[in-house]
Structure formats: structure tokens, C-alpha cells
Design a protein around this ligand. Structure first.
Ligand code: RP5
Length: 164
């Protein structure tokens, strides 16, 4: 059976600089992923077909980034029972607050695990997906734990180096 993978969707190629941060995290943990541009508003039928097909092919977690009136993660969540993580993109006059509220206010029964606006959220989307896959992959879970230990040591070392 093929390894479970993550499908990353974004509403526009203009979202790519932010969503690349998600890819970097998945790459670091050797998690297979695919990246596609699908818009809930501009290509609704294609979006539905992609989600249904990706689930059939073994997608374990969907990550969807979108800006403005960001319907994409919610639409993805409507067509799958796999976990969906939403990344609000910091674009437009409201700088992602509009996208954040669109994603976080899902109706009961159709959740979207919404992370922070922009690059920080995009990175955490990668970590969250990794932790989900870590539930069925012990070596992945061990890598994530080791990174936490390493990061804690970096803070301790910084304390040692403080000179004020
Ligand atoms: C959203 O509209 C996209 O996710 C993007 O954040 C925003 C602007 O899209 P473009 O006009 O740059 O294609 O649907």
C-alpha cells in the first residue's frame, strides 16, 4: 500500500510564497506531499473532483491556504472526512483577518483546524499534519519529539550566552 501523503491546496499561485513554508516543514520530516492550485470560487467543480480523488489515492491530511473570502478549506472539508487544516493568507486590505474568520467559523460537523495568519500559520500547518501522521508512524513521532528537545536546548544555550 502507498504511504499516506498530504495534499496541499491553495486558492492562487499568489499564495505560494506562504504555502512554501508548509512544504519546508513536510520536507524536513520526509513526509510525502503534493501541491495544487484550486479555487473554491474560480474552479469549484475541479476542487471537488480533486479532493474526492486525493482521498481515494490515500491522502491522509489536507492543508488548504487561501486569502480574502477564503472558502477553500471549508469546501475541501465538505468533501472529505480526512482532517483539513486551513491557512489564512495575509493578503488584501484586511491582511488575512478576513480569511481567518472565514476559516475558523465553520458550521458544526464540518471542522477546519485553522492556524495563524500567514507564514507562521503555514509552518504550524506542516507541524500539525506531521503530528497527525505521527499517530500512525512511530519513527516520525520520534523525529518530531527530537526536534522539540533540540529547540529546548537552543533556548537553554541562549540563556547561557546572555551577557546583560
Ligand atoms: C484567494 O484570493 C486566493 O487564495 C488568494 O489569496 C486571493 C487573491 O488571488 P489572486 O487574485 O492573487 O489570484 O482566492
Amino acid at each position: 500500500m502507498a504511504a499516506p501523503f498530504v495534499s496541499i491546496l491553495m486558492g492562487s499561485d499568489s499564495d505560494l510564497p506562504v504555502m512554501e513554508k508548509t512544504c519546508q516543514i513536510l520536507k524536513k520530516f520526509d513526509i510525502p506531499y503534493e501541491v495544487r492550485i484550486y479555487s473554491a470560487h474560480r474552479t469549484p467543480e475541479d476542487t471537488k473532483q480533486f479532493v474526492v480523488d486525493a482521498e481515494d489515492r490515500g491522502c491522509a491530511v489536507f492543508i488548504a491556504g487561501a486569502g480574502l473570502s477564503a472558502a477553500l478549506p471549508g469546501v475541501v472539508a465538505a468533501y472529505t472526512t480526512r482532517p483539513v487544516i486551513g491557512v489564512p493568507i495575509d493578503t488584501g486590505p484586511l491582511q488575512g483577518v478576513d480569511a481567518l474568520l472565514s476559516m475558523v467559523q465553520m458550521p458544526p460537523g464540518i471542522p477546519v483546524a485553522t492556524v495563524a495568519i500567514g507564514s507562521v500559520g503555514a509552518r504550524n500547518a506542516g507541524y500539525l499534519a506531521a503530528q497527525m501522521l505521527g499517530m500512525i508512524d512511530e519513527s516520525l513521532a520520534a523525529k518530531i519529539k527530537q526536534e522539540r528537545l533540540d529547540n529546548a536546548q537552543v533556548i537553554r544555550d541562549k540563556n547561557e550566552g546572555l551577557s546583560i
